[in-house]
Design a protein around this ligand. Structure first.
Ligand code: PEP
Length: 255
């Protein structure tokens, strides 16, 4: 049975004290989750060891990172490798976020290399895809996202695909307050599952979790998570406030 996941992407927000406080607040309100439901927290790199210590012993809450480098090691000043993340007890790495694709010029080939780095260090990947507004307006979003998935993931074996979570994040909905409707999210998630099914078969397609990201809030999470192909969310802004993030976790717990 595929997992339902709510993952927090803190992006470049919160100092160490604020991060520790937020994790404590989340713990205080965390509902009991059944075994196929989990929470991931992806703070900035600097927080990882502190957050790992806070999460020690928590079975429902997992540590994530927001990125890793595409090479294993070497002269890349200021960068962090996948093996370093693994040594900091990171379980999930977000790869291919639209902000990395846009501001750091990460193309599909680089995203694919990062996926390989994370998997070869025994971490899971939250693989982000999603179209800009111009593509949505031209109604070519299915082909656009399909290409991202093929170029970022289709070099993987079926067993490697078992360590991938896909996050569909329409760029026009990220941080804008403009959420995709549940029908738009469901249509795209069904399309992604179909693309996976054609290449890897129905078992792999049934097993893969596909999260929605883009202005997800407590007020719209339940409707989004009720869609048959939406398996949770990747949450930016609303993951920075304990009560909002807990509202979204509760929506997953009840879905
Ligand atoms: C994100 O950037 O992954 C995201 C979903 O952001 P927000 O929830 O703020 O739209």
């Amino acid at each position: 049975m595929r997992k339902k996941i709510v993952a927090a992407n803190w992006k470049m927000n919160l100092d160490l004290n604020e991060g520790a406080e937020l994790v404590n607040e989340i713990f205080k309100g965390l509902p009991i989750l059944n075994e196929n439901k989990e929470v991931v927290i992806a703070p900035p790199y600097l927080h990882l060891t502190q957050t790992a210590a806070q999460l020690a012993g928590m079975i429902d809450v997992h540590l994530g990172a927001q990125n890793c480098h595409s090479e294993a090691s070497g002269a890349y000043t200021g960068e962090i490798s996948a093996s370093m993340l693994k040594s900091a007890e990171v379980e999930y790495v977000i790869i291919g976020h639209s902000e990395r694709r846009e501001y750091f010029k990460e193309d599909d080939a680089m995203v694919a290399k990062k996926v390989n780095q994370a998997l070869s260090n025994n971490m899971k990947v939250i693989f982000c895809c999603g179209e800009p507004l111009s593509i949505r307006d031209a109604n070519t979003q299915n082909a656009y996202v399909e290409k991202q998935i093929k170029e970022g993931l289709f070099h993987l074996s079926e067993s490697q695909l078992g360590h991938i979570v896909i996050a569909y994040e329409p760029i026009w909905a990220i941080g804008t307050g403009r959420t995709a409707s549940s029908a738009q999210a469901q249509d795209m998630h069904a399309h992604i599952r179909n693309v996976i099914s054609i290449h890897y078969g129905t078992d792999a397609a049934d097993e893969i979790s596909i999260l929605y990201g883009g202005s997800c809030k407590p007020s719209n999470a339940a409707e989004l998570f009720a869609c048959p192909d939406v398996d949770g969310g990747l949450i930016g802004g609303a993951s920075l406030k304990a009560n909002e993030f807990l509202g979204i976790i509760n929506a997953m717990a009840e879905a």
